[in-house]
Design a protein around this ligand. Structure first.
Ligand SMILES: [Zn+2]
Length: 354
């Protein structure tokens, strides 16, 4: 069963891709394990956490179990999500959303993306033997588009703003062209990104950090972390939920603006192209996660993003600009009191493809 995230209307699993009221759907319940295993094999990627996952099928390219490493220069710990098979945390959600596609009998999946989600969904669809059609901005980087095409997926470039790409994909979904494997809408995707939280806790011997920081566009990882830490607490595996802190790009920062973020520049941050989302369909859930965890969101300028990307590269972390917003925001969070001295903070380094 699925339920609407706004009006609580219920739907069967197969259809539709959103509620008749327009809001995103979620699973009616979160599966929880009876007890904690004595040890993990760490052999099956996100499926090591199958007891928390609502689908029975499995697809894997070896995602998950990304390293958690010390970063003393940032007074933080980094979760190296950019070391995933296709280069970003999106592999977690692609594994679970494509497994769900198999379960509901879809034979072609559709997705719209500025890059990472498209590559992840196309790659996992190829792994599962499903056709994929990926809508991308006509302005997307050539190398990213080529990588998607090489999986065998159909790539559809769309002119105009990022919103037009989503609109074109939704039109195709509504016209029956395929099943919407969306990293913004499909709850199966968020079930997968929640495994980042399970791993962080497992790698810390079932303790949770004071805070986790992640780039925030659609909230694909942000909400996954919140849901994952919440499920762990409900299962009794951990006893707290960390503050969830999100970083947005100046000019594309609906949540940070509400939070009173004051970045060091007003010009749009065009570098952080992975989070150019002006109207995330799960904004109400992002706000709820911020309220529930005493979290926050701030906006980061292009200059700070570029500076921080160079600094990360100089320390051996080869990440894309979008990802650098997360460490670039640490001083802002500290100034605002959302991070304090001595806080134990995990920063997700989300992607390497930029
Ligand atoms: Zn509804």
């Amino acid at each position: 069963m699925r339920t609407c995230s706004v009006c609580d209307r219920e739907y069967p699993r197969e259809v539709p891709w959103r509620c008749s009221c327009g809001a995103p759907l979620d699973y009616a319940s979160q599966p929880l394990p009876d007890s904690r295993p004595a040890q993990f094999s760490r052999a099956s990627g996100v499926w090591d956490f199958a007891d928390f996952l609502p689908m029975g099928e499995r697809v894997s390219l070896g995602e998950g179990w990304t390293p958690l490493v010390d970063a003393p220069e940032w007074d933080a710990t980094f979760k190296l999500e950019y070391l995933h098979p296709t280069g970003s945390f999106k592999d977690r959600g692609a594994a679970t959303v494509i497994a769900e596609a198999l379960e509901v009998g879809a034979d072609r999946v559709l997705e719209d993306s500025s890059g990472n989600a498209g590559l992840a969904v196309a790659s996992y669809a190829a792994r599962a033997g499903l056709d994929a059609k990926i809508y991308v901005p006509a302005s997307a980087k050539e190398a990213k588009v080529r990588r998607i095409e090489r999986t065998g997926a159909d790539v559809v470039p769309v002119e105009g703003r990022r919103e037009s790409v989503t609109a074109a994909c939704i039109d195709a979904v509504e016209n029956g062209a395929g099943w919407y494997a969306s990293h913004a809408w499909n709850p199966a995707f968020f079930a997968g990104t929640a495994t980042a939280a399970y791993e962080i806790a497992a790698q810390r011997n079932w303790s949770v950090p004071d805070a986790v920081v992640t780039p925030l566009g659609h909230g694909t990882l942000f909400l996954g972390l919140y849901r994952g830490f919440r499920a762990l607490e409900q299962a009794g595996w951990t006893d707290a939920i960390p503050r969830i802190l999100g970083t947005q790009a100046v000019g594309y920062s609906p949540i940070a603006d509400e939070e009173g973020s004051t970045p060091d520049a007003a010009a749009a941050n065009d570098l952080a192209d992975g989070i150019h989302i002006r109207d995330p369909p799960r904004a109400h859930q992002i706000r709820h996660a911020i309220d529930e965890t005493d979290g926050a969101a701030v906006a980061v300028s292009a200059a700070a993003t570029e500076r921080e990307r160079d600094r990360l590269s100089g320390a051996g972390f080869h990440v894309e600009p979008t990802c650098a917003t997360a460490t670039a925001a640490l001083p802002q969070f500290r100034e605002r009191g959302e991070l304090q001295d001595g806080d134990d903070v995990v920063v997700a380094l989300t992607g390497r493809n930029g």
